[in-house]
Design a protein around this ligand. Structure first.
Ligand SMILES: Cc1cc2nc3c(=O)[nH]c(=O)nc-3n(C[C@H](O)[C@H](O)[C@H](O)COP(=O)(O)O)c2cc1C
Length: 365
């Protein structure tokens, strides 16, 4: 009864507030060095099976917190302590930016989904840089970069370069985000003729720091556009692709018109997997593929890794799964790897892709 009342009350509080209160609470819990170490011990299984060496870094688990969860780099230490192998902070723009006016975040529990039109609220690259400067090194952190709402597309590259210059040396990898549906015109940057020079410029900015560069793409691209970005990523010497951002598609939702914005969570699962498979077919193991969209369970992570993802991220699955969710996924993955006789999850990457070692690793338990 008490729980039911508490739950009903919680559902009345705006989801953004619940989100930030919950993460502030976790951050408080993880702020002491000893409790943080104890949390890490409890949330990452002992041994090396989940460890992934990629992008010049060692990830303690392939499961990461997707961009948007920690937009202002306030919670990456806590998220890293409760079982996320890495945290992609941002999207960060060069200067601070306010959110879009409400409504901007809605839970769609019947579909295990979220609808958001946040519009890159963040404290700006200088503040995020200051917060990253203070990190203790335990959490792997990516920096996801975007353009400001009021920057015209013709000057977008300047925004990405400024944010990259401020953050690259402080992050383990950098992502150019050209796929959020909530910044008008942003997705136009996904066309090859705009994306090629943009990536070239950011690459140049990263030359001094040597940080790996990835691009984050939308699930709403057609196959030809996905292939074009894959080819471009190879030609531009990128290190990887993050696929996918939220979708503008509404197919399969219980409420077919839930409002404006991008849908995340379970309705994105099949599309996210299809985009991953297409990318893997095109680039093989020449790029690090980071799969995101509708990941809710260890089964989902397993499937993505077999389809060719070296790393996997989640946002909505964590919101619905709660703070113990990353720990559960890590434990289940570790158990399945042990059952399959695999010493490292790296051995699973791409094993279910058409050219992979289909026979060697079937379901793993
Ligand atoms: C509330 C919310 C805010 C988000 N903000 C960002 C963002 O700032 N930058 C970005 O690249 N992706 C952002 N995303 C997209 C997620 O990183 C992820 O690509 C998408 O939600 C699909 O994963 P999921 O199904 O696990 O949620 C956001 C998603 C949500 C739900």
């Amino acid at each position: 009864m008490i729980y039911r009342t508490a739950f009903r009350m919680l559902r009345r509080i705006p989801p953004e507030l619940v989100h930030s209160l919950a993460l502030d609470g976790l951050a408080l819990l993880a702020s002491g060095r000893l409790t943080r170490a104890a949390l890490r011990r409890a949330c990452f299984p002992p041994g090396q099976r989940l460890r992934v060496r990629a992008l010049g870094t060692v990830f303690p688990s392939p499961l990461g917190a997707a961009a948007g969860l920690d937009k202002g780099a306030r919670w990456f230490t806590a998220l890293g302590a409760i079982g996320f192998g890495f945290v992609e902070v941002g999207t960060v723009t060069p200067r601070a930016q306010e959110p879009n006016p409400p409504p901007r975040l809605r839970r769609l529990p019947a579909d295990r989904a979220l609808l958001n039109r946040m519009g890159f609220p963040n404290p700006g690259a200088a503040v995020v840089a200051e917060r990253l400067r203070r990190r203790d090194g335990a959490a792997v952190v990516g920096a996801n970069l975007g353009k400001a709402r009021d920057t015209p597309l013709a000057r977008a590259a300047g925004d990405y370069r400024a944010a990259a210059a401020a953050l690259a040396a402080l992050a383990d990898y950098v992502v150019v985000n050209v796929s959020s549906p909530n910044t008008p015109g942003l997705r136009e940057l996904e066309s090859a003729e705009l994306l090629a020079p943009l990536l070239g410029e950011v690459r140049e900015t990263l030359a001094a720091s040597g940080r790996p560069l990835l691009v984050k793409i939308s699930p709403d691209l057609d196959d030809a556009a996905i292939d074009a970005i894959a080819d471009l990523a190879l030609a531009a010497g990128l290190d990887g692709i993050v696929a996918v951002n939220t979708t503008l598609a509404r197919a399969g939702l219980s409420d077919p018109a839930p409002g404006e914005g991008g849908i995340s969570g379970a309705p994105l699962k099949a599309r996210s997997l299809a985009v991953l498979r297409r990318l893997r077919g095109r680039v093989g193991d020449r790029l690090v593929l980071v799969s995101v969209g509708g990941v809710e369970s260890a089964d989902d992570v397993w499937e993505r890794v077999r389809a060719g993802a070296t790393l996997v991220q989640a946002y909505t699955g964590f919101v619905y799964g709660g703070p113990a969710w990353p720990r559960r996924i890590n434990r289940e993955l570790d158990r399945r790897l042990a059952a399959a006789g695999l010493a490292s999850i790296r051995e699973l990457v791409g094993s279910g892709a058409p050219s992979g070692r289909e026979d060697a690793i079937a379901s793993g338990g």
